[in-house]
Design a protein around this ligand. Structure first.
Ligand code: 7TS
Length: 406
């Protein structure tokens, strides 16, 4: 293990434990990443020394908490290169961010006959909100098909685009297969037809540099808990011009300017979309998580994960009876696979007994499982703190399971 990896692993106390008598090997990073001490300490310091409600300006603690919370918004802006913090809405996570956009657009944009384009490899969070939105409006969902490689069928995509397409809602990276979608090219094509574009960045923000201005998407969503931050907080980036057109999502305190019984005026961006007391500790944790990623270096994270992906893929290919599900040319550090004759959940349970955490099942992406006519896969997903040695143990674990199941 290099000094850099050791130094990074030292910052994650959770990794230094035994599970079922074996050193923990955590390969379920696509579900949620572990949290460095910097994040844990920032949250605990807030509750120990800084707890207070924000945006009230009433006293010292409130001012300190407000400053930190707003520093978090600025850190998000910097991370994804948004033009202004007015474009950064802090939500509960990717799911809430997508629901916010779906709910608001269904109120003012979608008309009967309009089309929303999604892909066949979306997470349920980027399917169900659109199903509800179109049901309310008599609009339609069109689905970009997936090739055997796990890549999008771009020819079909071009044919599906039309002036009826009001929105393209697309994952940047598939959580189930790891496919990195060519979003830049697809956004440009959708824009030519006058469509808005939402990118579900839940799996890209943790692993690569994202530049929302270069992408030119209208919305970009991600969750803090997948970028080494806490659960219960996430991000909706929206272009200012779009956010200004949209009606509020939820209402109550914080999102208003003035309330009388005759009527209410709404607050400026981004607060118009942030009703109620927010997840202040979460925001402070998110700030620490972004600082952690910047200290380690997002380039370094991407490079290390690519090395781990290449190593694990090579090692798995050396085993007999492995079927990869999704072999896109451009792939993030996610490997979905099946082992001949062994049910994914059996493989997952035995690996768990060996201290190895992987996810099994449909990964909240049932349509892509249906596409491959399988009930689910075993998914190993890597983060910057994982090591080649852990991959060796994982391969040994699979060999053991194969022997057990004969
Ligand atoms: N979109 C994608 C691409 C995701 O991977 C996930 C979570 C979500 C949306 C929803 O994010 P949330 O933070 O709002 O829940 N993906 C996974 C996963 O792969 N295993 O557990 C959660």
């Amino acid at each position: 293990m290099t000094d850099i990896v050791l130094n990074i692993r030292d910052q994650f106390p959770i990794l230094h434990q035994k599970v079922h008598g074996h050193p923990l090997i955590y390969f379920d990073n696509a579900a949620t990443s572990q949290k460095p001490l910097k994040v844990i300490n920032a949250i605990s310091e807030y509750y120990l020394q800084g707890n207070s409600n924000i945006h009230r300006g009433a006293h010292y603690l409130s001012n300190q908490a407000t400053e930190k919370y707003e520093k978090s918004r600025e850190a998000v802006r910097r991370l994804i290169n948004a033009e202004s913090t007015e474009e950064i809405i802090l939500t509960k996570g990717t799911t809430e961010s997508i629901n916010l956009v779906a709910s608001c657009l269904s109120q003012f944009l979608f008309q009967p006959g309009d089309e929303i384009l999604i892909s066949g490899l979306e997470h349920h969070a980027n399917i169900v909100p659109w199903q509800i939105a179109v049901e309310q409006k008599g609009a339609l969902i069109k689905v970009i098909p997936i090739l055997d490689s796990g890549e999008l069928d771009l020819v079909a995509f071009k044919n599906l685009l039309s002036p009826k397409t009001k929105l393209l809602a697309l994952s940047h990276i598939s959580n189930a297969l790891g496919t990195i979608n060519p979003v830049e090219e697809m956004i440009a094509l959708a824009k030519e037809k006058g469509a808005l574009v939402l990118i579900d960045g839940a799996q890209s923000a943790p692993h690569m540099l994202v530049d929302v201005q270069a992408l030119d998407c209208d919305f970009f969503c991600f969750s803090a808990h997948k970028i080494y931050g806490p659960t219960g907080i996430g991000v909706l980036y929206g272009k200012k011009a779009q956010l200004e057109k949209m009606p509020p999502y939820q209402s109550g305190g914080e999102m208003i300017k003035e309330v009388t019984f005759k009527g209410t005026t709404f607050n400026d961006l981004p607060y118009k979309f942030e009703a109620g007391t927010p997840n202040i500790a979460g925001g402070i944790g998110l700030l620490a998580a972004i600082e952690f990623m910047e200290e380690v270096g997002i380039d370094h994270i991407a490079r290390r994960e690519a090395e781990l992906l290449a190593y694990a893929t090579k090692k798995l290919k050396e085993l007999e009876g492995i079927q990869f599900v999704g072999e896109a040319k451009e792939k993030a550090a996610v490997i979905s696979f099946l082992v001949d004759g062994i049910h994914p959940s059996d493989l997952g349970s035995v690996l768990d007994k060996l201290g190895i955490a992987v996810r099994t099942g449909h990964h909240c992406a049932q349509p892509i499982m249906d596409r491959f006519e399988i009930p689910g896969t075993v998914r190993a997903s890597f983060a910057v703190y994982n090591t080649e040695n852990e991959i060796d143990m994982f391969i040994e674990g699979i060999e053991k399971v194969k022997k057990m199941f004969g």
